[in-house]
Design a protein around this ligand. Structure first.
Ligand SMILES: Cc1ncc(COP(=O)(O)O)c(C=O)c1O
Length: 364
């Protein structure tokens, strides 16, 4: 048994061959456009740009929002390093926010206490595809005139009260890394929901040039018009990704079935806490143990039984790099006690049952 196996729809090779035959394997080829159209139609995103990673999409967001030294960005402590790094690279001061007591997501009730005259952005992350409290977050952002960026790396296909995650923020970022529901190995997407950023996003993604406008025949030569970098992926990656998008419902249904099997099998176990109910996209099945010590013993027990499990993020405010000295007990709690179980389409029901019984028997 493995912790993750990337799903293959069977169409990937055919579409990658087509991309090769198209003799246009750089960025923004036919498959890139197909993927972007698919996302915009399916989830109601205003404009999408495939990128080489979610990290790159976040870096584009920081450039688009003109982040500079002195600007403060509120970032959850319980997240991946890229969420913070992308903004730190532009000179921002990162202000760490705690998680909720009953969810790893940012505690929106404490948000206003973190806002100063220098705050420019609220950066949220929807853990395991469970939505942050978007009503509260958007209302605080509107009241204080702040930008909202969604790190939706784990949230493709999930929603908050029927509206797709990734469609709330001025800008949002998704990941298609091998570990995600839909993947192309390494890949990502910037979503631009605020029209004012669309034109510039295109330029920043093309090394700070107006090359896209040139290819559309809108200018007779292209040149250097802004800062930027090389954020666009090869059409080979987009071809692979498109095969996955066509199988989106199949992948989601299958992952959801496994997620529900775990939930049903573990809900009677009083030694662990399962995720609070709510909408999610079966990107991760997680639970929390009573303590770090308990988790260490459980993980050792599962490993002895050849069950690969993992945990998630090390609270950023406690990292050797940030060492902010903040007191964020909920973020630390999730870092110390959260356990993630294998979750992939090819995981067999018998394997899921073995994992469930091994966890339950550990506590008996
Ligand atoms: C919340 C979050 N944001 C960003 C990333 C970075 O994604 P990528 O590897 O596509 O850059 C990850 C990676 O898992 C993540 O979990």
């Amino acid at each position: 048994m493995k912790f993750n196996i990337p799903y293959l729809t069977g169409k990937e090779k055919e579409y990658v061959s087509q991309a090769i035959d198209n003799r246009n394997i750089s960025g923004d080829g036919a498959f890139t456009k197909k993927c972007q159209d698919w996302f915009e139609k399916k989830f109601g995103f205003k404009k999408t740009f495939l990128t080489t990673s979610c990290t790159d999409a976040l870096e584009m967001a920081a450039i688009l929002l003109d982040i500079k030294a002195g600007d403060e960005v509120i970032v959850p402590s319980f997240t991946f390093v890229s969420t913070a790094n992308a903004f730190l690279l532009r000179g921002a001061r990162i202000v760490f926010a705690d998680s909720c007591s009953d969810s790893p997501n940012m505690d929106a009730d404490k948000l206003e206490s973190l806002i100063t005259k220098n705050t420019k952005v609220i950066l949220i992350m929807h853990y395991a595809g469970f939505a942050c409290d978007m009503e509260k977050i958007m209302s605080v952002a509107n009241k204080h005139n702040l930008y909202v960026v969604e790190d939706a790396a784990l949230a493709l296909g999930s929603n908050y009260k029927g509206k797709s995650l990734g469609s709330f923020g001025h800008l949002s970022a998704f990941s298609f890394h091998e570990t995600k529901n839909i993947s192309c190995g390494e890949g990502g997407m910037l979503v631009v929901n605020d029209e004012q950023f669309i034109k510039r996003a295109e330029i920043i993604r093309e090394k700070g040039t107006n090359r896209s406008a040139f290819f559309r025949g809108e200018v007779d030569k292209y040149g250097w018009t802004d800062i930027g970098s090389s954020f666009l992926p090869s059409d080979l990656l987009a071809a692979y990704l498109f095969a996955q998008l066509e199988a989106f419902e199949v992948i989601q249904n299958s992952r959801m079935k496994i997620w529900n099997l775990y939930y049903e099998g573990l809900k009677g176990n009083k030694n662990i806490t399962l995720p609070a109910s709510g909408n999610h996209n079966a990107s991760i099945f997680y639970f929390t143990c009573r303590s770090l010590e308990d988790r260490t013993k459980l993980i050792a027990h599962l490993k002895q039984n050849n069950i690969p499990v993992s945990f998630h993020y090390q609270a950023l405010h406690k990292s050797s790099f940030a060492a902010s000295g903040d007191n964020l007990p909920n973020s630390e709690k999730y870092s110390d006690t959260l356990v993630r179980l294998p979750l992939y389409v090819d995981l067999k029901e018998s394997e899921v049952n073995t994992i469930i019984s091994t966890i339950n028997s550990f506590y008996n």
